[in-house]
Design a protein around this ligand. Structure first.
Ligand SMILES: *Cc1c(COP(=O)(O)O)cnc(C)c1O
Length: 457
C-alpha cells in the first residue's frame, strides 16, 4: 500500500519552488488583513473533512498576501535571518522522517547529527570544547535553559538542592542584569521564579553596553549566590558588553556569568569581529540562535553551558520507561526543556557542513558590510541621522529629527514593499531599525532599499 499520494507532495514541492522564486521580487511585507485571511480560511470544522490537496491549495493561495517575505533578501525587520537552501532541504527531509530526537533510541540519526553539530558550534564560536549544547526553539528557551542550570548550580554551591527541594526556603539568589537586557532574559527569569523586581539592573552607556565599573560597584555590595547576565549584541544597536571585564568581575565574585548572544555571539566566527566577543569564552553559559544568523529555518536556538552536569541536572529526569543510554550515546532531551520535539539539529548540521568555517565567516562579514553600507548611504542625507556605531549588522536611523517623522517614514517604507524594516525606541527616541542577517541579501538589495527609504523620507 502506498501511504502518501505523490501528487500531494508534488503540489507542495511546486508551491515551495514558486514561492521561493517569487520571493526576491514580491512585496516584502504581508498585505492581507486579519479579516481577509479569516474570510479565506475560517470555516466551520467540517464533519467529513476535505481532500488534502484542496487544503494545501487553500493555504498556498494565501501565502503571497498573508505570509511575510522574511526569508527574502530585503527583509530587515527585527533580527530574523533567512534560510540557506540546503537547510530548507534538510528541514523537508527532517519533516519527512518525522523523527523524535528525545532519546538516542527514538532517533539515532538525530542524536548523532546533534552531537556532531554541537562540536562544530563550540569550535566555531570558540567556546570550551567540553561544553554542552541543547537544541531548543529559540533564544528565549536558550536563555531559560541556561539560567535554569545557573540557578540550580549557584544554589547547589550554597548548599541547596533545587532539583529535589524546589525553591521554597532557598537562599536568595542575586540576579544582576543589564539595563538593556533583552526582554526574554526577563521572561526567562520570571519563569524560573525570580520576579522582575528582584533583578538588579546595571546601567548602560550611549551604545547600550553594560558599564563594567557600575557592575563592579553593584556586586561589591552583594553576598550569596549570584548570577550575572551580560549581552553580546544589543538587539537595537548590535553593541557588545565589555565581556572580558565582566567575566573578571564575575570570577572574583564567584558568580555564574550568562551571555545572551542571540545573534552577536556569531561575531566569534569572524576573524575581523572576534575582538567584539573577547572574553565571552570565560562565561558559564551562552544562549544563541541558529534561526537568526546561521540561517536555518525556524525554529532553532542553542543553549550552551560550560557545565554539562549542571545543564543535565536542571533539564532531565530519570523515568522507568526511558531507555537511557548507558554508553557514549547522546540523549538529547537531557539538555532541553522539551521532551519530544523537532529534530532541529539536522538543518544545523547541514548548514555548518555546507558553509564550513569560511562560509560562516563570510556570511557574518557580508551582513556586517551591508549594514555599514546602509549607514553610509543613509547618513549625510538631509534630515537623516544614524544613531549607533555600526559595529555589527544593526543600524538605527532617525528622520527629520523627531519621533513622528521617523515613525511616518517607517510606515511608508513598510507600505511601499521594496523592503521591510521596523521601528524601535532607542534611549527614549523613535528610530528605524535595520538588521541585515540573511545570506541572500546582495549589495544591490542594499542600494535599492536605501534608495527606497530616502525616496520615502
Ligand atoms: C532575538 C533575541 C532573543 C530571543 O530569541 P528568540 O529566538 O526569538 O527566542 C533574545 N536575545 C536577543 C539579544 C535577541 O536578539
Amino acid at each position: 500500500m502506498k501511504i502518501y499520494d505523490d501528487r500531494l507532495l508534488d503540489f507542495a514541492h511546486r508551491h515551495a519552488v514558486e514561492f521561493l522564486s517569487a520571493l526576491p521580487e514580491r512585496h516584502v511585507g504581508a498585505r492581507a488583513t486579519r479579516d481577509e485571511l479569516l474570510g479565506a480560511l475560517s470555516l466551520p470544522l467540517s464533519e467529513g473533512g476535505e481532500e488534502p490537496q484542496a487544503v494545501l491549495e487553500a493555504l498556498a493561495s494565501q501565502a503571497e498576501r498573508g505570509a511575510v517575505g522574511s526569508a527574502g533578501p530585503r527583509y530587515f525587520g527585527f533580527v530574523i535571518g533567512g534560510s540557506l537552501p540546503v537547510t530548507v532541504g534538510a528541514d523537508w527531509m527532517t519533516t519527512t522522517w518525522d523523527q523524535n530526537p528525545g532519546i538516542f533510541v527514538t532517533s539515532p540519526l538525530s542524536s548523532v547529527a546533534e552531537e556532531v553539530a554541537s562540536r562544530w558550534i563550540l569550535e566555531l564560536l570558540h567556546l570550551p570544547k567540553e561544553g554542552s549544547v541543547g537544541f531548543v526553539t529559540g533564544c528565549q528557551m536558550a536563555n531559560y535553559t541556561c539560567l535554569a542550570a545557573a540557578r540550580n548550580a549557584v544554589l547547589r554551591k550554597a548548599g541547596w538542592n533545587v532539583e529535589e527541594d524546589g525553591l521554597p526556603g532557598a537562599p536568595r539568589v542575586n540576579v544582576v542584569v543589564s539595563a538593556e537586557a533583552h526582554v526574554t532574559i526577563h521572561t526567562s527569569l520570571r519563569m524560573l521564579g525570580f520576579g522582575t523586581r528582584s533583578m538588579i539592573e546595571v546601567p548602560t552607556d550611549e551604545q547600550g553596553r553594560m558599564i563594567a565599573s557600575e557592575l563592579a560597584r553593584v556586586v561589591e555590595n552583594l553576598s550569596g549566590p549570584t548570577i550575572i547576565c551580560a549581552q553580546a549584541g544589543n538587539v537595537n544597536s548590535g553593541a557588545f558588553d565589555p565581556l572580558r571585564r565582566i567575566a573578571e568581575i564575575a570570577r572574583d565574585r564567584e558568580a555564574w556569568l550568562h551571555i545572551d548572544g542571540a545573534f552577536g555571539l556569531w561575531a566569534a566566527a569572524s576573524a575581523d569581529r572576534r575582538h567584539l566577543v573577547d572574553g565571552a569564552e570565560l562565561a558559564d553559559s551562552w544562549a544563541t540562535d541558529a534561526h537568526k544568523w546561521l540561517n536555518v529555518p525556524y525554529d532553532c536556538g542553542l543553549a550552551i553551558t560550560r557545565h554539562p552536569a549542571s545543564h543535565r541536572a536542571a533539564m532531565s529526569v530519570k523515568a522507568e520507561y526511558i531507555e537511557h543510554t548507558a554508553g557514549a550515546e547522546r540523549d538529547p532531551f537531557e539538555y532541553t526543556p522539551e521532551f519530544s520535539r523537532r529534530a532541529r539539529g539536522i538543518p544545523v548540521y547541514a548548514a555548518l557542513r555546507t558553509l564550513g568555517r569560511r562560509g560562516v565567516e563570510q556570511l557574518v562579514d557580508r551582513c556586517c558590510a551591508h549594514a555599514r553600507r546602509f549607514a553610509e548611504l543613509l547618513s549625510g542625507q538631509p534630515g537623516v541621522e544614524v544613531l549607533n556605531d555600526v559595529v555589527l549588522n544593526q543600524v538605527l536611523v532617525r528622520f527629520g529629527g523627531d519621533d513622528a517623522t521617523t515613525r511616518e517614514v517607517i510606515t511608508r517604507v513598510q507600505r511601499d514593499g521594496t523592503c521591510w524594516l521596523g521601528g524601535t525606541t532607542w534611549h527614549g527616541i523613535a528610530a528605524m531599525r535595520i538588521s541585515v542577517s540573511n545570506w541572500a541579501t546582495t549589495e544591490e538589495d542594499v542600494t535599492r532599499s536605501a534608495a527606497a527609504i530616502l525616496r520615502l523620507s
